[in-house]
Design a binder for this molecule. Structure first.
Ligand SMILES: NC(=O)C1=CN([C@@H]2O[C@H](COP(=O)(O)OP(=O)(O)OC[C@H]3O[C@@H](n4cnc5c(N)ncnc54)[C@H](OP(=O)(O)O)[C@@H]3O)[C@@H](O)[C@H]2O)C=CC1
Ligand SMILES: Nc1nc2c(c(=O)[nH]1)N=C([C@H](O)[C@@H](O)CO)CN2
Length: 235
C-alpha cells in the first residue's frame, strides 16, 4: 500500500511546487499551511489533504500531529519545508526571534519526526525524511544569526535520525542558497545576490524538485546534505 508524502508549509513557493509535482507524479500528498493562499484550494482540488497549522507554540504543533495522524495510517516521506527567513535587523526582541527560529526550523521537524516515526515504518520499502536547511549552515550568516543557527540544528538532526532509523528510513538535508527571490526583493538586492554564486542565476523550484526526486529514489543516500547552491562556496 502506498502512503502519502507530508510537506510542511506548502501553501506557496518551493513547498507548493513540490506538492504540485508529487501529486502529478501520482503520490498522495498531505500539506500543512498557515495562510489559506488560493493555491491551497487548488491543491485540495487536486486531491491533497490540506491541514491548517500555525506552528507558533508547542500546543499547535501537537494539534497538527494529532490531526495528521487522523488522516493516515502511514507515510512514504516527510519533507520539512516550513520556514521563516527572519533576521535581527527586523526584530528588537532577540529572545523571541531566537525561540521562533528554533521552533519552526528545529522543534517542529523534531516533534513531527518523534511522533510520526511509526507512520514512516509502515511504508513499503524505504521511507524518507528530507530537511530543507540552507547553504548558511556551512558558513553562518552575520545578518541572519538565529536563522542560520536554527538551520544548523536541523542539519544536525538529519545526521542523528539517519543513524537512528537506518536502513528503513533514509534521512537527508537539502541545503539551498538562492532558489527563488521574494516578491519584495528589489533589483539591487537581486543583482547583488546573483553575483554570490558561480552560476549567477535564480534557478527556480525545479532544482529542489530534482533533489527531492533523487533522494526519494535513492537506496544508498542517507545522513547527507545535498548542496544546491550554484557553486557559491567557491566564489
Ligand atoms: N527560497 C529560497 O531561495 C531558499 C529557500 N530555502 C529553504 O527552502 C524552504 C522553502 O523556501 P521558500 O519556499 O522560500 O519558503 P517560504 O519563505 O515561502 O516559507 C514556506 C512556508 O513556511 C510557512 N511558515 C512560516 N512560518 C510558519 C509557522 N510559524 N507556522 C506554519 N507555517 C509557517 C509559510 O506560511 P505562510 O505562507 O502562511 O507565510 C510559508 O508558506 C525553506 O525551508 C527555506 O528556508 C533555503 C535557501 C534559499
Ligand atoms: N524561508 C525562507 N528561507 C530563505 C529564503 C526564503 O525566501 N524563505 N530565501 C533565502 C535567500 O534566497 C538566500 O538563500 C539568498 O539570498 C534564504 N532562506
Amino acid at each position: 500500500m502506498s502512503f502519502p508524502i507530508l510537506i510542511t508549509g506548502a501553501g506557496q513557493r518551493i513547498g507548493l511546487a513540490l506538492a504540485t509535482h508529487l501529486l502529478a507524479q501520482g503520490h498522495d500528498v498531505i500539506i500543512s499551511y498557515r495562510t489559506r493562499h488560493p493555491a491551497v484550494d487548488e491543491l485540495a482540488a487536486q486531491g491533497a489533504t490540506c491541514i491548517a497549522a500555525d506552528f507558533s507554540d508547542d500546543h499547535s504543533i501537537m494539534q497538527f500531529i494529532d490531526e495528521l495522524r487522523s488522516h493516515t495510517q502511514g507515510l512514504r516521506a516527510i519533507i520539512h519545508n516550513a520556514s521563516s527567513w527572519d533576521c535581527e535587523a527586523n526584530n528588537s526582541d532577540y529572545a523571541q526571534l531566537f525561540d521562533d527560529m528554533m521552533r519552526i526550523h528545529a522543534k517542529v521537524p523534531y516533534l513531527i519526526n518523534q511522533h510520526c516515526a511509526d507512520l514512516l515504518e509502515q511504508a513499503e520499502g524505504y521511507a524518507d525524511v528530507i530537511h530543507l536547511t540552507d547553504y548558511v549552515v556551512e558558513t553562518g550568516s552575520p545578518k541572519h544569526l538565529a536563522y542560520a543557527a536554527s538551520k544548523a540544528a536541523l542539519d544536525n538532526l538529519s545526521k542523528s535520525y539517519a543513524a537512528k532509523w537506518a536502513p528503513k528510513i533514509k534521512v537527508n538535508a537539502i541545503a539551498p542558497s538562492l532558489i527563488i527571490f521574494n516578491d519584495h526583493d528589489d533589483e539591487q538586492y537581486k543583482q547583488k545576490t546573483l553575483t554570490k554564486s558561480l552560476m549567477g542565476i535564480e534557478p527556480g523550484c525545479q532544482e529542489i524538485i530534482a533533489a527531492v526526486e533523487l533522494l526519494l529514489n535513492s537506496h544508498y543516500i542517507t545522513g547527507r546534505s545535498l548542496a544546491i547552491d550554484g557553486g557559491r562556496h567557491l566564489k
